[in-house]
Design a protein around this ligand. Structure first.
Ligand code: HEC
Length: 155
């Protein structure tokens, strides 16, 4: 993986997050991360439809755009949207488990997993990878989403 990916992934961990803009308040952090994940999910849906299910005609340019979008989310420094006080023990409008703040190593691990998988997806799409390769890596990205959800997102 690219070095930049590692650093971006590390930045997702609350323990090492450094603010890149004036810190958003708790409400804004929650809303923004939910939007980011919803946006990533929308783009995952495009790849699923075209490369996996075949319910929509396969279009390489659209697959690249979707992969770029997912990688952008993964590399955007999401960690600054997981600030102190943003878990569900203190807020009604989030599903972030409070354990997130007790397990910085696990948080770093799943963040790195997401960034690595998303960067590879982008690489495959950018280099004219086959539909089968894209579908296979889509599945790896999906696993990286799930790894974090299983650990840190409440039902
Ligand atoms: C590092 C952990 C992590 C990774 C990686 C991750 N998620 Fe999530 N996701 C969460 C957490 C935590 C929430 C709950 C956020 C909240 O409610 O504040 C969430 C929420 C969501 C939501 C609901 C958003 C909403 O409006 O409530 C969707 C959809 C979602 N994730 C999809 C994805 C997809 C698709 C991926 C992979 C491409 C992904 N997530 C990767 C942790 C993660």
């Amino acid at each position: 993986m690219h070095r930049s990916g590692i650093f971006a992934a590390l930045a997702l961990s609350a323990a090492v997050a450094t603010p890149v803009v004036a810190q958003l308040d708790v409400e804004e952090q929650i809303e923004t991360r939910q939007s980011a994940f919803t946006f990533a999910s929308w783009n995952m849906g495009k790849i699923k439809a075209q490369a996996v299910d075949g319910t929509v005609a396969y279009n390489e340019q659209q697959m690249l755009a979707a992969a770029n979008a997912i990688a952008s989310v993964a590399n955007s420094g999401l960690g600054s949207l997981f600030g102190p006080g943003t878990a569900m023990d203190k807020n009604d409008n989030t599903r972030l488990k409070p354990e997130f703040f007790d397990k910085p190593d696990k948080a770093r691990e799943v963040a790195i997993g997401f960034a690595q998988a998303a960067n590879k997806l982008q690489e495959i799409a950018a280099n004219g990878g086959s539909k089968a390769d894209l579908a296979a890596q889509f599945s790896e990205v999906g696993k990286s989403c799930k790894a974090c959800h299983d650990e840190f997102r409440a039902e």
